[in-house]
Design a protein around this ligand. Structure first.
Ligand code: LMR
Length: 394
């Protein structure tokens, strides 16, 4: 029977890890998968996570199952981190999930439970795995305009125009901050306008927030999600701790749902618990426990925030340096948007052929849509990338 299986194309983002690893050039730069790297190319365990790990190891007396939604303390700290007091706690349900991807998958499942006819609206472009999961699930997917490839900024008018097609009971997926893959983001005011449209249409917003703290700051990056929560009767939030806590392989994610009333929240919670049960029973606990430990201890929280802020500022510094280098090399302001984009990624507007040329001639590994991971750079490698872009992109 297994002979019936069709070959699977490799994941375009994950494939770059292998390709770059096999490249023997000393000057190669991996700007592919969204993983933070420090100036030495290392992805460190954050100090607060390391301390939390020791505490958990000493304090944990059992590995018995937790609960279907995971440890409730994790849901509580995630609710406070992402939503703060934008919505009353008794309207929020939460489940721990294996990473942000798990939260996205469970969000789509929950939406389908609520409305089997739902169409999911995703930005054009979006994280390719959003589309892949929807396709695998057989869920209808419509795109809304988002990115102006010429200016590498958000085309808000086109976005609003295409969102006119949203119907009651559809789901609209928004990136809470640090849009992946473009790095171009809505202003808070624009998020408010989108929220009004979603409310008017009677659609369900799903916010994917995987990079809180990587853009303009922890609170600033959560502001759009909180604004939507305060304006909309109900919504879903898929949060990831992979990047901002650096716990990638632990798989720490959380799906939160805001129900219309406190009275309806237990039913929402029960449906979310059920979705965990039929997918994997209990979600992974260890990474979630590390995050809970950090966020429950003021000293560890302060330590984590300081390290996260250093990470954020280092990426901003690299953005400015790269934009400056490109301004000099191209004698134009064409790439100034790189300094304006936020988060780990920027889509720079190169063609797939130009991306390939940069790979072959300069050992630069970026996704074929010209998404690059800013955190793959350091101050010493920026000039090499700038040279590659200036020489390869028309
Ligand atoms: C990315 O976009 O590179 C990350 O979210 C990692 C992944 O799983 O694709």
């Amino acid at each position: 029977m297994l002979n019936n299986l069709k070959p699977q194309a490799p994941d375009a983002i994950l494939q770059l890890i292998t390709l770059c690893r096999e490249d023997t050039r000393a000057t190669k730069i991996d700007l592919g998968v969204g993983v933070y790297k420090d100036g030495t190319g290392n992805t460190p365990v954050m100090k607060a996570i390391r301390t939390a790990g020791k505490q958990v190891w000493d304090a944990e007396t059992t590995k018995v199952y937790t609960n279907l939604p995971g440890d409730p303390a994790f849901g509580n700290v995630m609710r406070d981190l992402v939503l703060a007091d934008s919505v009353s706690a008794d309207r929020v349900s939460a489940i721990a999930t294996p990473g942000g991807t798990g939260a996205i998958r469970q969000a789509f499942e929950l939406g389908r439970q609520a409305n089997p006819d739902m169409t999911v609206w995703t930005s054009n472009p979006t994280w390719p795995n959003h589309v892949a999961i929807l396709k695998f699930m057989g869920l209808p997917n419509s795109e809304y305009a988002y990115f102006d490839a010429e200016s590498c900024t958000v085309d808000f008018d086109a976005m609003m125009d295409s969102l006119k097609g949203v119907k009651a009971g559809d789901m609209v997926l928004l990136h809470g901050c640090c849009h992946n893959p473009t790095g171009a983001n809505l202003t808070l005011e624009q998020f408010g306008i989108v929220a009004d449209l979603i409310a008017e249409k009677g659609a369900l917003a799903l916010v994917d927030i995987a990079y809180q703290g990587f853009g303009d700051g922890l609170e600033e990056d959560a502001a759009p999600t909180r604004l939507l929560a305060s304006k909309l009767p109900e919504m879903l939030i898929a949060a990831s701790c992979s990047k901002n806590f650096g716990v990638y392989r632990e798989r720490v994610g959380c799906l939160m749902a805001v129900s219309e009333t406190a009275a309806s929240a237990p039913t929402t919670q029960a449906n979310m618990n059920y979705l965990n049960r039929i997918a994997f029973s209990f979600p992974p606990d260890h990474g979630a426990r590390l995050v809970t430990t950090v966020l429950s201890d003021p000293a560890l929280t302060a330590d984590w925030k300081t390290e996260l802020e250093d990470v954020r500022l280092s990426m901003l510094g690299l953005r400015t340096q790269l934009a400056d280098e490109l301004r000099q090399r191209t004698n134009s302001d064409r790439f100034d948007f790189i300094a304006e984009h936020r988060g780990m990624f920027s889509r720079i507007g190169a063609t797939p052929e130009e991306v390939l040329k940069m790979r072959e001639d300069f050992g630069i590994y970026m996704v074929s849509d010209s998404r690059m991971n800013i955190a793959g750079l350091n101050p010493t490698t920026v000039p090499h990338l700038a040279e590659a872009i200036a020489k390869s992109c028309k």
